[in-house]
Design a protein around this ligand. Structure first.
Ligand code: TYD
Ligand code: MG
Length: 471
């Protein structure tokens, strides 16, 4: 095909030039020029040769108005004249996955599934084949051969009629195949391998990733289909960067976990059709990923009773309460600057809590290494976890175990005050359900609270009160 025109655009000031240069001619910044297709060429030619929009009965209906708005209608419309038809969702058959998406995959939506290499993204996408139920899935594989994908599917015991494999990386060919097959679901594994032949940059570069995604977004809305793009996250980030396309897609899912652990967590970090931060938990087994319906019970199952440095918190990730054990180990620092190491919790936040414990409660950590670990490989970002972290650390320092029948929630302020947390009743219900007898909560949350029968509440206003109560 004829070479489309490309240009180099500064990511800082928007200045464009025909040739690449190390320094932007507009703002003089270095290394900011990125290749882009000249705007008129952005819409892939395939789109025009395709069949009529919305021809396919049920699944097409949902996106038609959006199509008209995005590409068809040329005049502004009154709000009240905009017709909203029921966009519909396709259950994928994977309950946890559907929940994270907000209740099934939205027809005409583009989702990025990002995660470290080797974490299980291809496995997760192959699992989609299990619940196809008469639908079709086009699996574009740019990293592995069709045989490799087949072997994986075989090992997982997946072999539905509707699963089509397509080893291809040229986005034009992928679009053509999608228009031809009109699948209900499409997976592109991975976006870093896909390229537009009319751009000179290498696959995986910012320009290629962005322009390929734009073309795939187009076909997703046009057909419409439901597309999942796999994106690798690298430690360096920028080159392989799914970062650049986070704002282009409807939903961003992170697939996380410790590779040495069997648990995997799927987290919605952006979702136009559901709650952000929603969590799904899976276990990596020999024959694929198993969904974990009740992760709290699982995360607490390996708990050691009567050991110091352990606290149980009820965190809320998305809409789901999650009970997890926070473990701390405070040990004599053998030499040099004491270490603060944390897994599953922000290290800066840990340092802040240590400073509060030192300044307000007189505990001393200057001669100690502090290690913190959230059991099960979960990452907790919520401030409501603070109190559990502070208590676990204090418990380890004093070598006094906390009461194992007590779960803890609360945010710790810089003054050592315990601040209110959101959705306390949801948390208390989960705490009660998992067999805990007591819940330590912020005093500000205790007013007019409906407490589940049989659960004792320990309201605390300050860190010092919490410490007095438990260790
Ligand atoms: P994979 O899905 O290939 O990771 P990604 O696409 O994110 O790079 O999975 C990688 C690991 O998962 C690999 O080490 C093997 C393991 N695995 C299982 O443990 N069980 C299985 O059923 C499958 C398919 C893979
Ligand atoms: Mg893979």
């Amino acid at each position: 095909m004829a070479k489309a025109k490309t240009q180099y655009v500064c990511q800082d000031c928007g200045h464009s030039s025909i040739r690449w240069a190390g320094q932007c001619g507009g703002c003089q910044a270095w290394n900011t020029l990125v290749e882009e297709a000249v705007p008129t060429a952005v819409k892939a030619p395939v789109m025009r040769s395709g069949r009529s929009v919305g021809g396919d009965g049920g699944s097409a209906g949902g996106s038609a108005p959006r199509m008209a708005g995005a590409y068809g209608s040329t005049r502004p419309q009154r709000l009240r004249d905009v017709t909203v038809s029921e966009r519909h969702r396709l259950p994928t058959g994977l309950k946890e996955f559907d929940r994270v998406l907000g209740g099934g995959a939205m027809v005409g939506s583009l989702t990025l599934v990002a995660g470290d290499p080797g974490i299980g993204k291809s496995t997760l996408m192959t699992e989609l084949g299990r619940g196809l139920d008469g639908h079709t899935l086009l699996y574009v594989t740019g990293e592995e051969s069709a045989q490799q994908v087949k072997l994986r599917a075989q090992r997982m015991g997946i072999d539905p009629d509707g699963l089509f494999l397509f080893p291809e990386t040229n986005v034009e060919a992928i679009l053509a195949a999608a228009m031809d097959l009109q699948p209900d679901l499409m997976v592109v594994d991975s976006i870093q391998t896909v390229y537009r032949p009319d751009l000179t940059s290498a696959p995986g570069s910012v320009a290629q990733v962005r322009e390929s995604t734009a073309a795939l977004l187009d076909v997703t809305k046009t057909l419409p289909t439901t597309t999942f793009l796999i994106g690798h996250v690298t430690k360096q980030g920028s080159i392989a960067g799914p970062r650049v396309l986070e704002h282009m897609v409807d939903t961003v899912l992170h697939f996380e976990g410790d590779r040495h652990h069997a648990y995997r967590i799927l987290r919605a970090v952006k979702n136009r059709f559901g709650a952000a931060n929603e969590l799904g938990v899976f276990e990596m087994r020999e024959h694929g990923l198993k969904e974990i319906g009740n992760p709290s019970a699982l995360f607490l199952s390996e708990r050691q009773f009567g050991a110091s440095g352990s606290a149980v918190v009820c965190a809320l990730e998305g809409t789901r309460p999650l009970m997890v054990e926070v473990q701390a180990l405070v040990a004599n620092a053998s030499y040099g600057t004491p270490q603060r190491t944390s897994t599953g919790f922000d290290t800066k936040r840990l340092q802040l809590l240590l400073a509060v414990l030192e300044k307000r409660e007189g505990l001393r950590f200057s001669q100690n290494d502090v290690f913190l670990n959230v059991a099960g490989g979960v990452r907790l970002d919520e401030p409501a976890v603070d109190l559990a972290v502070a208590l676990a650390v204090a418990s380890s320092l004093k070598d006094v175990p906390l009461d194992s029948g007590t779960a803890v929630v609360g945010e710790v302020g810089l003054g050592g005050e315990i601040r209110a947390v959101s959705r306390i009743e949801t948390r208390l219900t989960e705490i009660k359900q998992l067999g805990f007898e007591r819940a330590m909560i912020p005093k500000a949350n205790a007013k007019g609270l409906k407490v589940p029968a049989g659960l004792e509440i320990l309201p605390v206003r300050r860190l010092s009160e919490a410490l007095d109560l438990v260790c």
